[in-house]
Design a protein around this ligand. Sequence first.
Ligand SMILES: [Zn+2]
Length: 262
Amino acid sequence: MATTTRSRARRQPVQPQMDATSDVIAEIARRYAKRALCIFAHPDDLEFTSGGTVSKLCAEGWDVSIVVTTSGNKGTKDPAVTGQALAGEREEEARNAARVMGAREPIFLGFHDGGTTNDDELRALIVRHIRRLRPELVITWDGFRVGFNHRDHRVAGQATHDAIYPSADDHLYFPEHKEDGLEPFRPVAMLLAGSTAPDYHVDISKHFRTKIRAVLAHTSQMRGRGEAEMVQMYREREKQARQERPDLPPMRESFTRVVWGR
Ligand SMILES: [Zn+2]
């Protein structure tokens, strides 16, 4: 028995924990499985905030899953549209966008738009998907951002935070998952979108056209905007970003990094 333990230890040398200032995407790809889970509140949140990053991950061979807490069934000003019809339409748009980026088909938790709460019900669902999919990287909303924000964004970010630590990794939280063969799991790192003071910047210059096509898949939210107009808008932003922060990639998506380590 002792020999087996020693030889196993030789085959798998202990690596130092990933530090909080590392390039988390590159480090995870080098040291762990390239699996990511994006948890957002509305069908288009991911594409607007992280669509370039997700397209880059997919192009680099990551397996990317998506969980959406609501179906965005209040996201219209058109008085002729019902919430139910809108939910169906927006779910279909998110499926199309995921296909454009190369991610898996999104999973919809089915809460009403504006109706999510960071409670046991939501956390149990998020923990279940974390234990089932075992992502090393989680991308979600910054749930602690102050100022203008949407309740569902805040709730998705905070519930995901709470689901990862301590719930998903401690077997006494939601023990019923064990009956379905789901074991505790803790992702290595989290990237928070929409942060006011981001510290991690992803260069999306090679993937921004894919991001734009994914954003445009959300037809109900685009008010007739087309690809040429969007490309021009992103180019303008890039020009401005190059002047304001010459030290950062001008075509970028920015996040706050949380390294959980393992
Ligand atoms: Zn949203």
